[in-house]
Write a protein that binds this ligand. Structure first.
Ligand code: AMP
Length: 402
């Protein structure tokens, strides 16, 4: 059974075609710069295997429809195609950023679901319109094939009011639904399930803290498979320090900076989202470059790294307090999976709290799910590679009763 996963952006479209019986990726691709005079399409057949083959195209894609038509042509190419006919695709799963308060699980797309995505344009003005466009293009190009929306905010709906409310006038929640929603939910949900699998238990019987540390960073406290708190909020700006985002700061700083620097609200938003975080402190948003600079004695790069670690560590402590019992701390995403030094620093000095990292094991490069804590560690420290696309594909089948 084959499921196509689509992640549509305003001028791009990422896709992966899964064979669900073997959970393997038949092909993946990315159409970029849709609408520009020259767009690109990179299509990978059997990615990550010995048979990987890449097709690169440079051409003008007027709209997403043209980009996705080209994708279908490559999928069904008589020579290199991974399917004979687009009718082989059983269902299409779409990443949708914001489902507001109404969406607590993956949803089969119908008129009501589309309206709900529209109703949440206000919270994700760049993403939700593009996600909806991806759905509508798929409806046109794959008539009769079910479309399923899998929402970044779904998992955060496990939070209770004490965790999701901001201590602002209650009317702001009533009038505008201002509350914490959380993001990266698809990744956090996948990791919660994989963590339970690691222990050979049901998700209901496992508590974990997940550190999704990539260009965007977020952490969740998961009790019995349910997200009871997460670090991102109304927007993906809240919480940890990230590549270019500041994360949580004193809110009074915003009007202060606007006043002193003469910034508009949009300029202040850009400053916090695009010019802050690692980039704001040391001039690069890529953690590999931060390390390279730090190792050459760059004090600001060292500070940026130390600040990022400090915040992860503080969040681990906070989530241990609200969970009471923790089975595992899980690191995932680009930094979480690859940055041994950050993991070591974030877990160091917590032996009395039941976390004993195995420095040797932590710094040995291996793939797959790994334990990086010592045997005596009461709380296991794990690395679990995230796979949001597979989670979307599996959720798509699940909601369709397969
Ligand atoms: P993601 O958003 O999940 O793709 O993660 C991107 C981040 O992962 C970037 O900051 C990269 O620098 C970081 N990253 C990738 N590989 C490594 C590595 N080997 N060591 C440290 N950071 C890494």
């Amino acid at each position: 059974m084959k499921v196509l996963v689509i992640n549509a952006g305003s001028s791009s479209c990422k896709y992966q075609l899964f064979e669900m019986d073997s959970e393997s990726v038949l092909c993946s691709g990315l159409v970029e710069r849709i609408g520009d005079p020259t767009g690109t399409l990179v299509h990978k057949i059997a990615p990550g295997t010995g048979k990987e083959k890449t097709v690169r195209l440079e051409q003008h894609f007027t709209t997403h429809v043209e980009g996705m038509r080209e994708m279908i042509r490559l999928l069904t190419d008589p020579e290199d195609g991974v399917i004979k006919n687009k009718a082989e695709i059983f269902a299409i799963g779409h990443r949708v950023v914001h489902g507001g308060e109404d969406v607590t699980m993956p949803t089969v797309i119908d008129a009501k679901a589309k309206q709900m995505i529209r109703d949440n344009f206000i919270f994700a003005p760049l993403h939700n319109p593009a996600n909806l466009m991806g759905i509508e293009v798929a409806e046109t190009l794959f008539p009769g094939v079910p479309n399923v929306g899998v929402f970044d905010t779904e998992f955060g709906m496990g939070m209770k009011a004490d965790a999701f409310m901001y201590p602002l006038p209650y009317s702001l929640y009533e009038d505008l639904r201002i509350r914490r929603y959380g993001f990266h939910g698809t990744s956090h949900k996948y990791i919660a399930r994989k963590t339970a699998q690691f222990f050979g238990k049901r998700p209901e019987d496992v508590n974990n803290i997940t550190c999704h540390l990539g260009n965007g960073c977020s952490m969740t406290a998961v009790r019995g498979g349910v997200c009871i708190d997460t670090s991102m909020g109304l927007t993906p700006l809240e919480g940890l320090m990230m590549g270019t985002r500041c994360g949580s700061i004193d809110p009074a700083l915003v009007p202060f900076i606007m006043d002193k620097k003469g910034l508009s609200a949009i300029e202040a938003d850009t400053l916090m989202n695009k010019q802050s975080g690692l980039l704001g402190i040391c001039g690069t948003n890529d953690m590999r470059d931060v390390h390279a600079k730090r190792e050459k004695g760059d004090n600001k790069a060292q500070l940026a790294f130390d600040m990022a670690v400090w915040r992860v560590k503080k969040q681990i402590g906070a989530y241990m307090a609200i969970l009471g019992h923790v089975d595992a701390i899980v690191f995932t995403a680009g930094i979480g999976e690859n940055d041994a030094f950050l993991r070591e620093k974030a877990c160091k000095g917590m032996e009395d709290l039941g976390i004993v990292i195995d420095v040797q094991e932590n710094s040995t490069r291996k793939s797959g799910v790994r334990v990086i804590s010592k045997l005596e560690s009461k709380i296991k420290v794990l690395i679990i590679p995230t796979n949001e696309e597979l989670e979307i594909a599996q959720s798509t089948l699940l909601v369709l009763g397969k």
